[in-house]
Design a protein around this ligand. Structure first.
Ligand code: CTP
Length: 226
């Protein structure tokens, strides 16, 4: 990490949705396919980086040369990421993490009663914000913001509030782009004032663009596998 220039860069990536179970068969989740995170993992491994991919439930094959750590819930995703974050040079939080989970999980599948049912939700941990607060000098933290409106303002707020180095914003209201699509168009905002637009392009190309911009200077100096 800090000051080391001749080691293989390590990156940690979260990807896909999380599932927050109500009972053994029902859960709250979202439509994330995991494709952007998996494309980033594949592109990082192709650059010679050591990649840990902490993935929610997706229907994608494991990318070549990547250590995949499957998880289900936000809580499990955080527990898996915690020790890996300490060792990584770059952290990409691409996962669409559920913001809430049911307060209690029924151990059995309840039958229907025909009456309205009240569901009490409690917040999940913000994985990105929690880990970014523990950032050590030399570590680079990149968040993602999938927005339906006020794209740049909302992304900038997350960049600042979560103390990120970079945020990748994308407009999920555009048909055929972003969540659960093959292509993406992104706006990359940096803590230092950078503002770069890219796409629409396949997610593999978007991944290459992002890595090229956020990679630390030490990559070119020290990574012999390039
Ligand atoms: N994120 C996370 N853990 C959470 C929620 C979000 O790590 N519990 C990360 C996502 O992986 C993403 C970034 O935070 O990199 C922004 O996620 P997003 O869902 O856009 O924003 P939220 O912080 O959840 O805010 P809001 O739902 O109000 O837009």
């Amino acid at each position: 990490m800090n000051g080391r220039v001749s080691h293989r860069l390590r990156c940690l990536i979260t990807a896909g949705p999380t599932r927050e179970h109500l009972d053994p068969v029902r859960f709250l989740s979202n439509g994330s396919s995991g494709r952007m995170g998996y494309a980033l993992a594949e592109a990082a491994a192709a650059r010679g980086w050591r990649v840990d991919l902490v993935s929610g439930p997706v229907a994608l094959p494991p990318p070549r040369g990547v250590n995949v750590h499957p998880v289900v819930s936000a809580g499990q995703m955080f527990e898996m990421c915690e020790p890996l974050f300490v060792q990584c040079d770059l952290f990409f939080a691409v996962a669409a993490v559920a913001d809430y989970r049911p307060k209690s999980v029924s151990p059995e599948k309840p039958g229907k009663s025909g009456r309205p049912r009240r569901l009490v939700l409690v917040p999940t941990i913000d994985i990105l914000k929690t880990l970014a607060a523990r950032k050590q000098p030399g570590q680079i933290v990149v968040g993602f913001a999938a927005e339906t409106h006020d794209l740049e303002a909302r992304a900038r707020r997350k960049l600042e509030e979560k103390k990120l180095d970079w945020i990748v914003a994308n407009d999920v209201s555009r048909p055929g782009l972003g969540m659960n699509a093959d292509d993406n168009a992104v706006l990359l905002l940096g803590r230092g004032g950078d503002r770069l637009a890219y796409g629409p392009a396949p997610k593999s190309a978007v991944a290459g663009f992002i890595l090229g911009k956020v990679a630390p200077a030490s990559e070119t100096r020290g990574n012999s596998s390039l």
